[in-house]
Design a protein around this ligand. Structure first.
Ligand SMILES: Cc1cc2nc3c(=O)[nH]c(=O)nc-3n(C[C@H](O)[C@H](O)[C@H](O)COP(=O)(O)OP(=O)(O)OC[C@H]3O[C@@H](n4cnc5c(N)ncnc54)[C@H](O)[C@@H]3O)c2cc1C
Length: 560
């Protein structure tokens, strides 16, 4: 007799759909989550706490990761994130619902050709491009399911690269829009482009216990205090628990999946909130710790039939890690150039801009070598966070710190004289041999476990595509009247958008998971976060992670 039918490890976008679907199908489920269980009352808008004291993220001093980056001389150097000279880490949300609590919820589907990149666009030297073992048609019903189950607001705007849909429009009307949305519409239309209403995982009318958006403006990087944001916690886990079939165990840090002599997983070991080792067993196990930590957990889980880590008999676990490539840019307008009413509307910080362009998603342009993948341009309003708005002003265009009178002048401009519109461009992060996760041989976390060692190599092609998109975004910004439009393409990964490391595919020699995201070499273990993705598309990943996790849930329940 097993303790549970299903044990889900990690409670974010990859884990939530499994717990909800299995619980509502009458299966007994336990969700083991490393972080605490917060709810709407805990999600205050304290910028210092949320952004600088990391109250909702793992402590990089006691739970470091080791980051390997190339230097100017091309040599790799490694630094643990606990080192004061380290700039970034890859922990996002450490609580029930994971980083889905803190996302901005800009939601995009991938397109059919995103799933067959290799066969459509051919190989690129130095990149491990692969087609997916499933087609868009297998994912489409689940994209639609996410619209209702998680709650997505938006409006379908037809355009030549619109992905096929089985329903005419979103179940929730778009969020309230900022004045700049109209500016994007006008400028883009004048330039012959199709401005899109960007879908958001944000409710615009109540659903169950969740209130609709209250437009505080503190959205991305902050937990949602109304429940409008479609976190795995608010949208799925609360409902899973309400069935009576699902138990969520917070502060349960899983450190090993045990396997028996026959190669099947038999149980999971975790440290509870008191640091005591505990064990739970189940018929099936689902790993969803976010890509980097999922690979780490599998590598930590060696067993009699898996001497190099679970699922790693062909050395594939941790390989082909991907992020979202692209760039960020911004420009500003001077308030003195506009009338009082326009300035009043510009100053509103709650309504969303929610505009994007996908006119360059696929291109045929000699600048990119002919027929090629382009990407998405997403226009984003300024954050109301004082710290977010002030931080970019502390360095000049050469990266030097700005002091004294000049710094004060810059702050005055940002808060009193200007309004800023930002844009983000998204394109494929090409998988390559220099982007992967391994276990660090020396550095241990507070439990004495080897930490993730993450090598961050990006392909130069990503920069070319990013530049191509920036060159198309900038004229739109300028047409709207924004000045000093600058963009930053530095090849740096997006810590909050991570995927790959446990590719799915048909060949066990080159993939970790089969088409159902079940391990090739361990039949009762699935991976349901973004780890399965051979490519990420030119969009943020989370709608795809949610959709695929719903698909995996169906397969898993059928297998039980
Ligand atoms: C500030 C921010 C903005 C974002 N904006 C967007 C956006 O606009 N659009 C978009 O598409 N995406 C966005 N994202 C990304 C989105 O949040 C992630 O893609 C998504 O949540 C990933 O789902 P996941 O299940 O892989 O990881 P998570 O949702 O992070 O869940 C993983 C969970 O596993 C837990 N865990 C880790 N290790 C263990 C262990 N050993 N034992 C037990 N539990 C463990 C973690 O604590 C965490 O709760 C954003 C993210 C952030 C942080």
């Amino acid at each position: 007799m097993k303790d549970f039918d299903v044990c889900v490890i990690g409670s974010g976008a990859g884990g939530g759909p499994i717990a909800w679907e299995a619980a509502r199908a009458g299966r007994s489920v336990v969700v083991l989550e490393k972080g605490p269980w917060f709810d709407e009352r805990d999600f205050y808008k304290d910028e210092v706490a949320c952004n600088h004291r990391r109250v909702f993220r793992s402590d990089y001093k006691t739970e470091p990761q080791v980051i390997e980056e190339p230097g100017a001389d091309g040599q790799w150097s490694a630094l643990p994130t606990s080192d004061p000279n380290s700039g970034h880490d890859y922990w996002n949300g450490n609580c029930v619902g994971g980083s889905s609590n803190f996302m901005s919820g800009h939601f995009f589907r991938m397109k059919p050709d995103d799933l067959r990149l290799l066969s459509t666009f051919g190989p690129i030297a130095g990149a491990n491009i692969a087609d997916w073992p499933i087609g868009y048609e297998h994912l489409e019903p689940y994209y639609t399911k996410v619209e209702t189950e998680v709650g997505i607001s938006g409006r379908v705007v037809p355009h030549r690269f619109l992905e096929p849909r089985s329903t005419p429009d979103f179940p929730y009307a778009p969020t309230t829009e900022h004045l700049f949305s109209q500016w994007v519409d006008k400028a883009a239309a004048e330039m012959g482009y199709t401005p899109l209403t960007v879908a958001r995982a944000i409710l615009t009318r109540p659903r169950d216990e969740r209130r609709p958006c209250e437009y505080s403006g503190f959205c991305g990087s902050f937990g949602c205090s109304s429940g409008a944001k479609g976190s795995a916690r608010a949208a799925l886990l609360n409902r899973a628990v309400a069935t009576g079939n699902c138990e969520v165990r917070p502060q349960a840090h899983v450190y090993r999946i045990e396997t028996g002599a026959d190669g099947r997983a038999t149980g999971v070991l975790y440290y509870d909130r008191d640091g005591q080792a505990q064990r739970v067993d189940a018929k099936a196990f689902v790993v969803a710790c976010q890509a980097i930590e999922s690979s780490r957990l599998l590598l930590l889980s060696s067993g009699p039939r898996h001497p190099h880590g679970l699922g790693n008999n062909h050395g594939q676990v941790g390989r082909n890690l991907i992020f979202s490539a692209g760039a960020t840019g911004a420009g500003h307008v001077l308030l003195q150039d506009y009338d009082e009413e326009t300035v009043r509307r510009m100053k509103l910080l709650g309504p969303f801009v929610n505009r994007g362009l996908q006119d360059f998603y696929f291109v045929d342009d000699p600048a990119l070598g002919g027929r090629a993948k382009g990407g998405t341009i997403d226009f984003v309003g300024n954050s109301p966070s004082f710290i977010h708005r002030a931080m970019p002003e502390r360095r000049d265009q050469n990266g030097e710190l700005v002091w004294g009178r000049e710094f004060k002048r810059r702050l005055e401009s940002v808060f009193w004289n200007n309004r800023v519109l930002r844009f983000e461009v998204f394109c494929d992060w090409l998988p390559n041999d220099d982007c992967h996760v391994a276990l660090d041989p020396d550095v241990k976390d507070k439990w004495g476990l080897p930490v993730s060692r993450v090598r961050i190599g990006h392909h130069p092609h990503d920069d070319r595509v990013s530049q191509y998109l920036v060159d198309r975004a900038r004229p739109v910004m300028e047409r709207m009247g924004f000045r000093n439009v600058i963009a930053n393409i530095n090849g740096a990964p997006t810590p909050n958008l991570q995927a790959g490391g446990c590719r799915f595919g048909t060949d066990p020699a080159t993939s970790v998971l089969d088409a159902d995201c079940r391990m090739h070499d361990c039949e009762n273990v699935y991976v349901s976060d973004g780890s399965f993705m051979p490519s990420g598309g030119s969009v943020p990943f989370t709608w795809t992670i949610y959709a695929n996790a719903f698909r995996v849930a169906d397969r898993l329940i059928a297998s039980l």
